[in-house]
Design a protein around this ligand. Structure first.
Ligand code: 13P
Length: 289
């Protein structure tokens, strides 16, 4: 089916207590692995791409292949730009066919974060494209966004209602104790903070930094009302780990070893299996419409 917006894909999440997985991809193969998992699980999926991965692929080529993949399957797929700080690039993605964008002005003071996010919302909504913004700051590294642990700041629940109302966003990323990338120790999620935020807004909430979050924490977040769960670093690792090393000698002598597809297909399947397990945990299995 045609790509759907973030607003549409998250519409029933809180009511029905499931979250939609937002999986970061780097190239057509891992994107296809993610879509394969969605099809297998009859689940909606969000394919999200960082600004760096977007440049690696080329904007038009990326939109072309993701649209093609979405239209070849019968599950809802949303194409989302993750953590974007370059506003020209956001506008280009909106015009070129993305169905959702994240404006990340979370490093800026509250008033500026509101003003920047609202400006992007006005632009994106005029094209029917959804917008996610962030309040608070996650530590760690997510491609082009790097935040030292000391600068990380959790979302202040009191800041949420005005932010949501004045920006008009479709989803809000909150900082409740997760971080981007691998953890050195298990993260400690602040569920009390999450509960307060949920009481103060109906806006769908987004958990960033999914890699390494224990299964029971995911389940608790989803049961409480988390709508979107971002998951990236582990997918890259699964993909790279599945691309078996081949020696120059083998490439010359063993039939089939020269064919990139024989390297990439197992990686695609490994991604599909890993993502499928997350879809089950997020409760979105069978939620495709
Ligand atoms: P991880 O890479 O830690 O899974 O985080 C992904 C993310 O939050 C993308 O925005």
């Amino acid at each position: 089916m045609a790509l759907v917006t973030l607003k549409e894909i998250l519409a029933n999440t809180r009511k029905e207590q499931y979250a939609v997985g937002a999986f970061n991809f780097s190239c057509p193969e891992d994107a296809e692995g993610i879509v394969m998992a969605g099809v297998e699980k009859k689940a909606p999926v969000i394919l999200q791409v960082s600004m760096n991965a977007l440049k690696y692929n080329g904007l038009k080529a990326l939109v072309g292949y993701i649209k093609g993949m979405a239209e070849s399957v019968e599950i809802p797929v949303c194409l989302h730009l993750d953590h974007a700080t370059d506003y020209d690039l956001i506008r280009e993605c909106v015009r070129e066919g993305f169905t959702s964008v994240m404006v990340d002005a979370s490093k800026k003071p509250y008033e500026e974060n509101i003003a920047d996010s609202r400006a992007i919302v006005e632009y994106a909504h005029s094209y029917g494209v959804s917008v996610e913004a962030e309040l608070g700051m996650l530590g760690g590294r997510e491609e082009n966004v790097v935040v030292a642990d000391a600068s990380a700041a959790m979302t202040n629940p009191e800041d949420v209602p005005r932010f949501v109302q004045e920006t008009g966003i479709d989803a809000l990323a909150v900082a409740i104790g997760t971080a981007h990338g691998f953890y050195k120790a298990d993260p400690k999620l602040d569920f009390i903070r999450l509960e307060k935020i949920l009481q103060l807004t109906d806006c769908p909430l987004v958990l960033h930094g999914g890699t390494g979050v224990p299964e029971e924490d995911f389940r608790r977040c989803v049961q409480m009302g988390m709508s979107k769960i971002n998951y990236g670093t582990a997918i890259k690792s699964v993909f790279v780990g599945a691309v078996a090393a081949v020696t120059p000698d083998e490439i010359q002598k063993v039939p089939g070893k020269q064919d990139p597809r024989n390297l990439l297909k197992p990686a695609k399947i490994a991604v599909a299996k890993h993502v499928g397990e997350k879809i089950d945990i997020y409760g979105s299995t069978g939620k495709a419409w």
